[in-house]
Write a protein that binds this ligand. Structure first.
Ligand code: FAD
Ligand code: MG
Length: 321
C-alpha cells in the first residue's frame, strides 16, 4: 500500500484460508464484526462439515427439495447460471469429484478412472433444480453434491465490502485467501502482488495497482499434490473429471465485484489465453492477467489497473489476440 497513513492489519483463519483485513483506523471491534460476518457465511455455505444450508441440500439429493435462506439461494442461482453457459469450465455440481479427489486435503490420490467416470454422471448442473418462488433447491439424483468453493469467497468478499461501506469505512481491503476486494484508494491506489507460481510464498511475478476493484487469483500452485512425477491441482475439468490441463499456471481477474472475479477465474481457466481474451472483449469491466507455464504474463487489457513486472524470468505481452 503506497500511503503515508498508518495501516492496521487484522488476521484470522476462516474457510481453511488466511484472512486479512486492512483498515486505516485502529478498530478491533469492527474487525471482529467483519470476521463474525465471514464466519456466518461460512456456516451457511461450507461443505467441509456435516451441517450447513448447502449440506442440507446435498443430504437431500435424490429425495426432496430444500428451502434455503435468500443469500444462499441467490448464490446458487448465480453459480448455476455460470455452470450452464456453453462449454463452461465452471460447474457448481462438481462436489462428488471434489470430495473424491480430496485435493489439498489429507489422503489426496488419483482415483481409479472408472470411479471418475461413474462420479461424472452425478455432476450435471442441469439437474440442480431451482424454485424461485419457494426459494428451494433440489438435486434430482442421489449422490449429487453442490460445491461453492469456486464462487463463495468472491461473494463473501463483496458482502464484507458492503458491510464496511455501511459502517462508514471509505478505505480498506479484505483478502480471503486470494480473493481480494478493495475500498477506495489513497495516493495511487492499492498495490496487490501476483504470486510467482511454484516459488517462495513472497515471490512475485508482478504487482497491480487498483482502486475500488476486486483482484481474484486462481492457480495450479496453491492446492495440489504430486503422484508418480505428475502434479494434480484443484480446478477440475467438468467434462473429464481430471484437473484442467492447459498452458496456464494462474489467472488473476480484476473486476468491480469479487463474485465476477471468482466466477471468471474458473471460466477463463477453462478457456485458456486466446479464447479467454476473446470472451473478455464483451466484458470491458472484467480484465485478466494470465501467467503461463512458458513464463509469459499476458494482459487481456489494462484499463482499470496498472501492472509492473517484477521478475525477469517472465516476459510481458499485452493481448495476443
Ligand atoms: P477457485 O479456483 O476459485 O475454486 C476451486 C475450488 O472450486 C476447488 O477447490 C473446488 O472446491 C471447486 N471446484 C473445482 N473444480 C471446479 C469447477 N470446475 N467448477 C466449480 N468449482 C470447482 N478449505 C479447507 O482446507 N478447510 C476448510 O474447512 C474449508 N472450508 C471452506 C468453507 C467455505 C465456505 C469455502 C468457500 C471454502 C472453504 N475451504 C476450506 C476452501 C475450499 O476447499 C477451496 O480450496 C477454496 O474455496 C478454493 O478457492 P480458490 O479461490 O483458491 O479456488
Ligand atoms: Mg473461482
Amino acid at each position: 500500500m503506497s500511503s503515508t497513513h498508518r495501516v492496521y492489519s487484522y488476521s484470522a483463519v476462516l474457510m481453511g484460508s488466511p484472512i486479512l483485513l486492512k483498515l486505516f483506523s485502529h478498530d478491533e471491534m469492527l474487525a471482529s464484526r467483519v470476521f463474525r460476518l465471514i464466519r456466518q457465511y461460512e456456516d451457511l455455505l461450507t461443505v467441509n462439515r456435516a451441517h450447513s444450508e448447502v449440506m442440507n441440500i446435498n443430504h437431500a439429493a435424490g429425495q426432496h427439495a430444500v428451502v434455503v435462506s435468500r443469500p444462499v439461494y441467490e448464490l446458487i442461482r448465480c453459480a448455476k447460471a455460470a455452470s450452464v453457459l456453453h462449454d463452461s469450465a465452471f460447474n457448481l455440481a462438481i462436489g462428488p469429484l471434489v470430495k473424491r479427489w480430496k485435493i489439498g486435503f489429507h489422503g489426496d490420490r488419483v482415483p481409479p478412472a472408472e470411479e471418475i467416470a461413474a462420479l461424472l454422471a452425478r455432476t450435471s448442473p442441469q439437474e440442480v433444480i431451482l424454485d424461485d418462488e419457494a426459494g428451494s433447491v433440489f438435486l434430482t439424483r442421489p449422490g449429487m453434491e453442490i460445491d461453492l468453493g469456486a464462487i463463495a469467497k468472491g461473494y463473501i468478499a463483496d458482502r464484507v465490502r458492503d458491510y464496511l461501506h455501511k459502517e462508514g469505512v471509505t478505505e480498506g481491503l479484505i483478502n480471503l485467501g486470494g480473493n481480494l476486494q478493495t475500498l477506495g484508494a489513497r495516493e495511487g491506489g492499492w498495490t496487490v502482488g501476483v504470486k510467482k507460481p511454484f516459488d517462495l510464498p513472497e515471490a512475485l511475478v508482478g504487482t497491480l495497482q487498483v482502486e475500488n476493484r476486486s483482484v481474484v487469483t486462481s492457480g495450479t500452485y496453491e492446492r495440489y499434490f504430486e503422484q508418480d512425477g505428475r502434479r494434480y491441482h484443484h480446478i477440475l475439468n467438468p467434462s473429464t473429471g481430471y484437473p484442467l490441463d492447459n498452458e496456464l499456471d494462474s489467472v488473476t481477474i480484476v473486476s468491480p465485484d469479487s463474485l465476477d472475479g471468482d466466477i471468471w477465474t474458473t471460466l477463463i481457466f477453462g478457456m485458456g489465453v486466446e479464447r479467454g481474451c476473446a470472451a473478455l472483449r464483451a466484458r470491458p469491466d472484467i480484465e485478466a492477467i494470465f501467467v503461463t507455464r512458458a513464463k509469459e504474463v499476458i494482459l487481456s487489457s489494462m484499463n482499470h489497473f496498472r501492472f509492473t513486472l517484477c521478475d525477469e524470468d517472465y516476459r510481458l505481452t499485452d493481448n495476443i489476440v
